[in-house]
Design a protein around this ligand. Structure first.
Ligand code: C2E
Ligand code: MG
Ligand code: MG
Ligand code: MG
Length: 275
């Protein structure tokens, strides 16, 4: 029986694997040129103050519209960009584009207090990040206190000592720093205390079953308590229901992001919905 299953599994698995490898090679090649061909875009997801429903910020999220394959999710092309060494270029483009957009919105009288941009491992560990960020802020006229960079726990913990230096240099520019996907990695609390952080983002996986899974309720309360005692702000991501939002409000989480309040939108759509 095991043999038969094995054969079946093999028969089912092999063609899709071959297809996967071919797809991947094609994506690699195409991704290298995607910025020049203007196939990338930045979408913006609202961040909301739970107290009054106001827009307090947006997170910039990269999108790739492949001319033949259609829209490719960042969970696929960001890791690929890391592997093939174009993440610096891609990350810099997202930062420039979103800062330019923030400044353009300012001009239109649509003032968004904060712009959050994701940083990848390579960007954080690279040597030119601080200069790049400073250059983008100078070029776009965005003041540093409005820019927040999001770094995941796993990015920080890969080389924690280096991360401490890099994050300190970024903070010295006057920007703020958030730990993305908090709770999914394995942050050492010792580092958490030493890092110049401003905000913890509670990962969607804990928010998803809030009020339905007592363990998640407890974890989220614990993260908020930890964040409070380290004097950090807390934002929850992936909020999809009013029950989740109510729970978070009662638990003392002041900021939220999620489909309940708004999906990531193209710049014109965001302005149409919120300006
Ligand atoms: P992230 O930084 O944790 O971004 C939040 C993700 O959760 C986004 O997925 C967003 O669309 C999704 N999300 C927000 N609210 C909800 C909700 O209520 N329900 C559900 N089901 N999902 C929600 P997205 O845009 O697919 O991005 C996935 C990840 O790709 C991001 O996770 C981030 O790690 C990475 N990424 C995206 N853009 C960039 C970028 O410009 N640079 C880097 N380095 N990474 C990026
Ligand atoms: Mg993020
Ligand atoms: Mg996240
Ligand atoms: Mg993430």
């Amino acid at each position: 029986r095991a043999k038969a299953m094995g054969r079946n599994a093999f028969a089912l698995f092999e063609p899709s694997m071959a297809e996967g490898a071919e797809d991947r090679l094609r994506l690699e090649t195409d991704l290298r040129g995607a910025i020049e061909r203007a196939e990338l875009a930045v979408h913006y997801q609202p961040q909301i103050a739970l107290a009054n429903g106001r827009l307090i910020g947006v997170e910039a999220l990269c999108r790739w519209r492949h001319p033949q394959l259609g829209s490719i999710p960042p969970s696929r092309f960001i890791p690929l960009a890391e592997e093939i060494g174009v993440i610096d270029q891609l990350g810099t483009w997202v930062l420039e584009e979103s800062c330019r957009q923030l400044a353009a919105w300012d001009w239109q009288g649509f003032r968004i207090p904060r712009l959050a941009v994701n940083l990848s491992v390579h960007q954080l560990e690279g040597t030119r990040l601080v200069d790049r960020v400073r250059a983008v802020l100078d070029a776009t006229g965005v003041t540093p206190e409005r820019l927040e960079l999001e770094v995941t726990e796993s990015t920080i913990m890969r080389h924690p000592e280096r991360a401490v230096d890099a994050l300190q240099a970024l903070r010295a520019l006057g920007i703020t720093l958030a730990v993305d996907d908090f709770g999914t990695g394995y942050s050492s609390l010792a580092y958490l205390k030493r890092l110049p952080l401003n905000r913890l983002k509670i990962n969607r996986s804990f928010v998803e079953h809030l009020t339905q899974d007592g363990n998640d309720d407890a974890i989220v309360r614990a993260i908020i308590a930890l964040s409070d005692s380290l004097e950090l702000a807390t934002i929850a991501e992936g909020v999809e229901t009013t029950d989740q939002a109510d729970f978070l409000r009662r638990a003392g989480c002041l900021e939220v992001q999620g489909f309940l309040f708004g999906r990531p939108l193209a710049s014109e759509e965001l302005a149409a919905a919120w300006a």
